[in-house]
Write a new protein. Structure first.
Length: 498
């Protein structure tokens, strides 16, 4: 087996122990860096943490797991067999969709079955669906090497042969119009359009504004697959953290960094109140806005990027439910009847719609220890606007009533009488606990044609030794993209240190 201990060449400090920070720490340690990770919370994970509420276990943040190779390769880089440390399974059904008129569609993981059942349920033409999914895969395969796996710089793109291959295939890419417009032209049933429109929410965007290029997202879920770790989503964070400990990464929890020390436009280390730590490299896994506004004193802030429109946030109810619902799956969506109006409220009115789309994640369907016998752990989420002066005490109450009413209409049961445990996470708490500016889950929104190309890069153009990873920078939020950002940041740090 390859040695797990490496010679030290440079000191790197990572701010934040979200999954991007954890993954970057592993990569930098493998490359020979002396690595310290500082986190203000009492443990690893950032948004991807867990909590027991009574006898129920909940993953607090991201609930969808795609591209598991991004996790596995961290172990393989160090000569380890991933399955000895981290195990997961492919879900038999990707998601179960519910509509107010009684229509239900349970998505099988098998693509052929998926296409056949979608056409049968919504009356779509089989060839049209096949062509759309093939196009989704093509867009993913063309753009991933030059966007998700590459820095946002002209020089970096010029060095990749995939860039020229992508240019040759530009005619295959939906470079104009919105995702909704693309879907409306493709499918005849409004329910099919609504079903595929929801993929815009994977990066906190508005399907009626986000570019049609976002049609690549369905391939992640339906083409590659949806998965679930055997011990729940938090096991992603836990396993990467444990790998880092094995490699010699030092973690400092309950440690709030006060500032990044800069001299002559060069990073020199960090300040922790009356203590300082010298370092040639500082990698921020903290949201870019507080990184610049607070840790750098606003001296070097890229105002054009920081002032862009922010993504949506979330309102989450963690419910311990007495009873088992065989009609529900791990992932469930209860659609709003007026989807366009719902997103108008979120992004334009900055308020909650009275008929929100409801997402319910139930890991106890697979992870049996997550709830007592004959009970289920319901992670109940609706998309909401980021902080904008709203009264969240009032909004939480109204949202809960709207959610319960929708579930009673569609499931035919009074869920309120079955809830024996409850905690609530709103945008204010998201900002307070994770540092996400305005409670935005994904940093800047992708609601314009060029917004994806205006995310902050994984390094600073102004300060030598300052780098970035995580959901608020390139290539974006969500588990797979955060792990991509960790790789991009680590590769750039290694390259700059040669």
């Amino acid at each position: 087996m390859q040695s797990l201990f490496y010679s030290v060449s440079k000191k790197a400090v990572i701010l934040g122990a979200g999954i991007a920070g954890l993954a970057a720490a592993v990569r930098l340690r493998k490359a020979g860096f002396d690595v310290d990770v500082f986190e203000q919370a009492d443990g690893p994970g950032g948004k991807l943490r867990e909590k027991w509420i009574g006898a129920y276990r909940f993953d607090l943040g991201p609930s969808l797991f795609t591209l598991p190779r991004n996790v596995e390769e961290l172990f393989e880089l160090n000569g380890l067999n991933p399955s000895d440390y981290f195990r997961y399974q492919k879900l038999e059904h990707v998601c179960h969709y519910f509509f107010e008129d009684g229509t239900r569609f349970q998505v099988p993981s098998n693509t052929t079955d998926y296409i056949n059942q979608l056409c049968e349920t919504f009356g779509e033409d089989k060839r049209t669906v096949e062509k759309f999914l093939q196009n989704s895969e093509e867009v993913y395969n063309i753009t991933t090497p030059v966007f998700l796996k590459s820095e946002l710089s002209f020089n970096a793109l010029l060095k990749k042969k995939e860039t020229f291959q992508a240019i040759i295939q530009l005619y295959k890419l939906p470079i104009s119009g919105t995702l909704f417009q693309k879907l409306q032209k493709t499918f005849k049933n409004p329910k099919t359009v609504q079903l595929f429109s929801r993929y815009a929410t994977y990066n906190g965007s508005n399907p009626y504004s986000t570019p049609a290029m976002m049609m690549l997202i369905p391939h992640l879920e339906n083409g590659i697959g949806a998965f679930l770790p055997e011990k729940g989503m938090f096991d992603i964070s836990r396993s990467i953290h444990q790998l880092g400990e094995r490699l010699g990464v030092r973690y400092h929890f309950n440690q709030k960094v006060e500032s990044i020390i800069v001299e002559k436009n060069t990073v020199k280390g960090i300040s922790l109140g009356d203590k300082k730590m010298e370092a040639q490299i500082v990698l921020s896994n903290i949201d870019i806005t507080p990184t610049y506004r607070k840790l750098l004193g606003d001296k070097f802030s890229p105002e054009k990027i920081l002032n862009q429109e922010k993504s949506s946030s979330a309102l989450i109810f963690y419910w311990g439910v007495k009873g088992v619902f065989p009609e529900l799956d791990v992932h469930n969506i209860f659609f709003s009847e007026d989807y366009k109006s719902e997103f108008d409220y979120i992004f334009n009115k900055k308020m909650l719609h009275d008929d929100p789309t409801v997402y319910i994640n139930i890991t106890s369907k697979v992870c049996k220890n997550d709830a007592p016998e004959n009970c289920e752990n319901w992670f109940v989420m609706i998309n909401v606007p980021h902080l904008n002066g709203q009264d969240w005490m009032q909004l939480k109450y109204a949202a809960k009533q709207a959610i319960l009413a929708k579930l009673q209409r569609i499931l035919g049961k009074d869920i309120s009488s079955l809830i024996e445990q409850e905690e609530v996470l709103d945008p204010q708490l998201i900002q307070d606990r994770t540092g996400s500016h305005l409670g935005s889950l994904y940093g800047n929104a992708s609601n314009s044609t060029f917004s994806a190309f205006m995310r902050h890069q994984n390094h600073s153009n102004k300060l030598k030794g300052l780098y970035f990873c995580g959901g608020s920078v390139h290539p974006g939020g969500g588990v797979p993209l955060c792990l991509f950002s960790a790789r991009l940041a680590a590769e750039r740090i290694i390259q700059d240190s040669l």
